[in-house]
Structures are given as C-alpha cells and as structure tokens.
Design a protein around this ligand. Sequence first.
Ligand code: ARG
Length: 574
Amino acid sequence: MNLKLQLERLFAASLQQLTGLPDVPAQVARSKNPQFGDYQVNGVMPVAKRLGRNPRELAQQLCQQTPLGELASRVEVAGPGFINITLANSFLDQSLNAWRSLPLLDAAERPLTVVIDYSSPNLAKEMHVGHLRGTIIGDAIARTFEALGHRLLRQNHFGDWGTQFGMLITHMQEAAQGLPLGSQLRDLEQFYREAKQRFDADPIFAEKARQNVVRLQSGDANCLAMWREFIATSVEHCEELYRLLDISLERSHMMPESRYNERLPGIVAKLESQGLLTESAGARCVFLEQFQGKEGEPLPVIVQKSDGGYLYATTDLAAIDYRCNELAADRVLYVVDARQSLHFQQVFAVARQAGFATSDCSLEHLSYGTMMGKDNKPFKTRSGDTVKLVDLCHESIERAFAIVSSKNPDMPEKERRRIAGAVGIAAIKYADLSKNRNSDYVFDWDTMLSFEGNTAPYMLYAYARLCSVWRRAGVDLAQFQAAVAVKAPQERELALRLLQYGEVVETLAEDCLPNQLCLYLYELAGSFMQFYEACPILKAEPAEQSARLALAKATTRTLAAGLELLGIRPLEQM
Ligand code: ARG
C-alpha cells in the first residue's frame, strides 16, 4: 500500500500521454499544509517550461485527463501550476479495509541484493560508544530491507587483524604465567591498556611484539592459537552486548578482516597490472587526482607498506571485490562513523577505477555523527574513560526501573523488572534512532527516559495504552475483522497516516534515515491519541464502536510492526 506511488503512476501516465514525453515524473509529494490537500503534484511546471507551455493550462488539462475515479474528493490547480489532491473518505475506507487481509508492506517490485556492513568493531579492545550508534542504526536498516523482501546480507567486518595483535599476543604470553587467561581477558579494555603501556615503555617487549606480528601473519601455529583465543573471548564480549540490545547479528554474519587475508596479494597485483600503483618511500600507493591535501599535495591510498604489510584500505578493497562480484550486491551499505568518510571516498574511487566495483553496484557510506555528553564533548565517564557499553545498558535498565517503580509502586517487583528491562534498552536504541544519523547527538538520560516527546517510553506507553483498549473492550485483536468507516476529522487524519506507513518504510530503504520512521510512528501515536479523545471507543454505539476499533486495530498492527523494524519490542502492559 503506497498512496504516493499510486498517485505518481496515475499522473505520470497521463502527463506522458498529454505531452508525448516519455519518462516525465509527476513528482507527487505529501502536502505540508492541509490547506493544500493531502498530496500535491509538483511535476507540471518543469515539463511546461521544457515545452514552452502555460503551466496552469497544462495542469488543468492533466487534472481533466487523469482518471482518479473514486480516489479523490477534490482536485484543484493552485499557484503557478501545482495540483492539490484531497483523497475521498470512501477511498481511505476502501484502502484500509483492503489492507486488513494484506501484509503491512508490499514486497519490493524489484528485490535487490543489499549488503550491509555494520557494527564491525575492532576486536583488540572492547566495543565502545563509537560503535553503539552504528550497531543500532545498522540493525534497523537491515530489518527494514528484509521486511521489504530484499535479499539482505549482513557483514560484520570485525577488525581482527593488524599490528595490535602482536602486542596483545606478547602480553598474553608473558601474563599467562600468572592468572589463567580467561579471567585476564574478562576486562579487555584493561588488558589492552596494560599491553600498550608495556609496548610503549619496554623496547624488548616492543621488539617481541613486532616479531609476533610477523609470526602471526606468516601462520605460526603458536601465535595463531593465542590469537584465536583472544578473538574468541572478544567476540563473546560483542555477542553479550548484541543479546542485551537485541541486535540481529549472528555468527554467520561474521566476516572479519582476517578472512580477506589471502586475497590481498591478488588485489595489489590487479592494481599493479592496471598501472595504478606508485611507489612512495617504499610503500605501494594509489594516487587519484581528485584526492588532494590542504596544500594541493596528492593524497595517496596506501595499499602495502614497505615491510610488505597490508592496510585497512587494502582489506576494504578486497571486501568490495567480494561483495560486488561474489555476493552480487546491487547496493553495499557501510554504516560507519563519519570520521571515516575520506577513507570510504578513497576506497570507493579506487575500487571503481580498478573494476573491483562494477558500475551497477552502488557503494554507500551511511555515516553517523559522534555521541556527545551533556558537556558537548565526546561521551566519556566522569573520570574521562571510555564508557563500557554493557555498563551503559545496565545503567539504563536501573534508571528505567526507578521510574517504573515510582509510577507503579504496587506492581510486583518481577513485573517492574521485566518492564524496566524493555524500557531501558528501548530508550538507548530509540534515542539514537530518532536523531538524524548525520549529526552528532547528545546522550542525555533525562530526555531519553522521559515519557513525553519522541522517546521510547512515550512510544511504548502509547502502544500499551492501545493494548489496554482491547482488553477493556473485551475483544480479541486477532479475531477482530470489522470495517473502517471514516467520519470525524480525527478519524480521517488517523486513517491517512496509517495508509502512509508503506511510503515511509520504502523511503527509509532509499535514504536509510530511520529517524523518519521514528517521527512517523510518533505522529501516528499522536494522531491516535487525538482520535481516541475525540471519538470515544468504549462508550460508542455498537456500529460506531466496531468502525473505531477497526482503526485501532490498524494502528496497533502498524505501531507494532514499525517498532519491530526499529528493533524495539513493544510491551502489551506497562
Ligand atoms: N573496524 C572499524 C572500526 O572500528 C570499522 C569497520 C567498518 N567497515 C569497513 N568495511 N571498513 O573503526
């Protein structure tokens, strides 16, 4: 069900017929102001200009020619040549009633193969707040593509390779004589810090570390075994967090850097054979004209160091080759921190130049801003340390527990804990999802746990309130099948919003901005509240009651489905 697309197609067909121009879009958009109807056709002016015709006249003709039938109650030309469309209440009824027996979303007409690289933490350290946003946002985007019937492939591009592991292995070898490794690695952050301190302070340690990198990369069994042990522990840390946050990443989505290792010589050889490599201070680089530093000096993409080692960019080139050519991706999405945007511009450009990415495969860096503290500096603990994500989640749950307890002092503790668990996690996720990912965002407990505004508690509460309507009406939601009959303006407003779900989700699959879906769900919940106040359900006459319950059912389904796309589990009772 996509109203916008329906209108777009109708108007585009008759615009093409009228003008003889193939492929002219009607440019249908939702009207910003109810005064201009529900939808607007904006595509007449550019076409009129192209043909040297009077735009209002053309718009007038287009209105007469387009077979809207029962769809609209009013169609009028406005301003220099816009067309404003007001949908008929009977059409809203029909559409909603047809929707009852349909899936909430239409399956994509042209299913794409979409690869999404998200979360992708470095395993040398514990996952930190910098990865939290990407993990949450990426997960919502992945769920959305799946729900639309695309072939969606998750790739967790763990950083599990590189020089840091030499240092960690050396520290493991020496520390292993003391405590058992399992207990030492319980605090990975601490372990990393200790290793780094020794590396910086002790030249003998540093030399051993460098030797271990070489051993590891040349396949030394002992080094590999220690590396594997370290990686396994670190992956478990990530998985604990994924479980806690209900993130859909699994083992089968793991595609860490080390898995590309064997492909790297081939990548460099291909660049070489295409004449793209330049040697600079012993390192092998690709220089592309479009990348220059501040002084206009050429900026290289280094693919192999003078000691033969490969780099982050080399692995990314191999990953692009794999994703485009073996996975046959139509789109490859990278949900990664904005600070890596130059890296992605460069590897995308090199990949195109070298043919690792075919021209029909779209490479997209979906960047996100930094999570800031209330002091507007990157989020840290009071002592300036990085915040552990597990601690962050538990704190959120505890805070939610205090709020739930103060609101429902009589509820059994077990129940309050259950609700707090869901609210605490939803609050962290929703706070992130509801902001435009491109900007930095301020992490603030009070706002994210507030029951007012576009927040998780508000959304969950709105959903639980809907569920309580069903309980109080004594009607089984699953069995209920009555038809909608829109009359009051608040009913109309709610019906129209409901029917816009499909177009919102389809837009999300285009621009990958989950905050638009949050905003939609927030407005939907608001429309429901207004409708519920103006049009009582429980006290209504039977016929009116079932028509209103039908609207409530569509709202319940839509809210639940929307929250699920965001990776948030709704609660039936709060
Ligand atoms: N491991 C990297 C980091 O923690 C992110 C990897 C993103 N994905 C990629 N294909 N480069 O910064």
